[in-house]
Design a protein around this ligand. Structure first.
Ligand code: 8OZ
Length: 371
């Protein structure tokens, strides 16, 4: 009998990561869509519909979700800090589970990537390891705006910040998530501590690689304390320059971090190998292999992957799973299209951030498109 496509597709084999058994290796990448209910930054039934439409993907990682109002980096993004937000997320987890899926909440603090209009009443200045402004733009209800200059965190404030991540993880558990992904990528607070372009501290939270990794590892311990390490993942972008990020030695910095996260028994390391459409770092070809061998757990690759490149990465052992961003926006039935080797629809950037169902829940499946 001829082999059917699915029997030889490396992306469509089962895999265990940490405490979870997944039916395939296709991950929905975390994607900011800025459609939470205002005021309050609360997830709604529309968000539940969007995620549940995508429940055939082996694992869904939600959009970046702030752990505290000081960590809100863009307009209309959701949080996991209030009871109303927990109840909103409960709609999402119930809908995804009813559709047979699994979903992790991405826990996030944007640090210096923020703006006075996004911060709590009376606060004008975002926080960061060091008072170094990024050359980035954010968006508020009034449109695009440069991010503010941050102030450097006092040593005395840092334990309270880690506690916010722990509370957020407890809230995520209460909301019914299967686990949490810690956002340590793309130039937000954790990444600002990790890399020496944004962390110039000379106390116990900066300087050596060990000290720059301390914040990330204490957050990982706090989140793992709530969910169990085998339900926690961690996302990094070692060679990404988004949000004015730079490190003098990404191999050393991120190998140290990956080893330490592996020792803690985290379920997976999620690596942004290439930022969508961005420039390629001179070490982009080297770092993934180093991190894959440093980390004792599953490796999720991300960054401009097509199904063919993803199959190749899994079949060759370079990755255990692959996370898709833009293809997951435009193809709710991405897994079925991979199975059939059908063409993928293109996502429309005009509807990435903000708005309602247009460009959000109205992308057709092969079945609805041909009906
Ligand atoms: C682009 C626009 C808005 C948010 C990230 C949270 O890079 C983001 C993000 C990116 O992780």
């Amino acid at each position: 009998m001829p082999e059917t496509p699915e029997t030889n597709d490396a992306l469509l084999t089962e895999v265990s990561i940490g405490a979870l058994s997944l039916p395939n290796r296709v991950v929905m990448a975390p994607l900011t869509r800025s459609r939470a209910k205002q005021p309050g930054d609360v997830p709604t039934a529309l968000n539940a519909e969007y995620y549940s439409q995508r429940a055939t993907m082996g694992l869904i990682v939600t959009e970046a979700t702030y752990v505290s109002p000081m960590g809100k980096g863009y307009g209309m993004v959701p949080g996991i800090a209030t009871d109303e937000q927990v109840e909103g997320w409960r709609l999402v987890t119930d809908a995804v589970h009813a559709a047979g899926g699994r979903i992790f909440l991405q826990l996030w603090h944007s640090g210096r990537i923020s703006h006075p209009d996004l911060l709590p009443e009376g606060v004008d200045t975002p926080v960061a390891p060091s008072a170094i402004k990024a050359e980035s733009e954010t968006y508020t209800a009034d449109g695009r705006a440069p991010v503010a200059e941050p102030r450097a965190l006092e040593v005395s404030e840092i334990p309270g910040l880690i506690e916010e991540w722990r509370v957020a993880a407890a809230n995520a558990k209460r909301a019914g998530f299967d686990g949490a992904e810690i956002h340590g990528a793309n130039g937000y607070l954790i990444d600002q501590f990790l890399r020496d372009g944004s962390n110039t501290r000379t106390d116990e939270w900066g300087g050596s690689i060990e000290k720059r990794c301390r914040f990330a590892l204490e957050v990982a311990d706090a989140v793992a304390g709530e969910f169990g390490a085998d339900r926690v993942g961690f996302r990094v972008s070692p060679t990404g320059d988004f949000n004015t990020m730079h490190d003098s030695d990404p191999v050393a910095t991120f190998s140290h971090l990956a080893t330490a996260l592996g020792e803690r028994g985290l379920a997976y390391l999620h690596v942004v190998e290439q930022f969508g459409g961005g420039p390629t770092h001179e070490l982009a070809g080297v770092v993934p292999g180093k991190l894959r061998s440093a980390f004792d757990g599953a490796y999720i690759a991300n960054g401009d992957y097509t199904p063919d490149r993803a199959r190749d990465a899994v079949a060759s052992g370079r990755a255990d799973l692959v996370a898709f961003g833009r293809p997951a926006i435009a193809n709710p039935d991405l897994v079925e299209r991979i199975r059939l080797r059908a063409p993928l629809a293109e996502a429309d950037p005009a509807t990435f951030y903000g708005g309602t169902e247009a460009g959000y829940t109205d992308y057709p499946t092969l079945e609805t498109q041909n009906a």
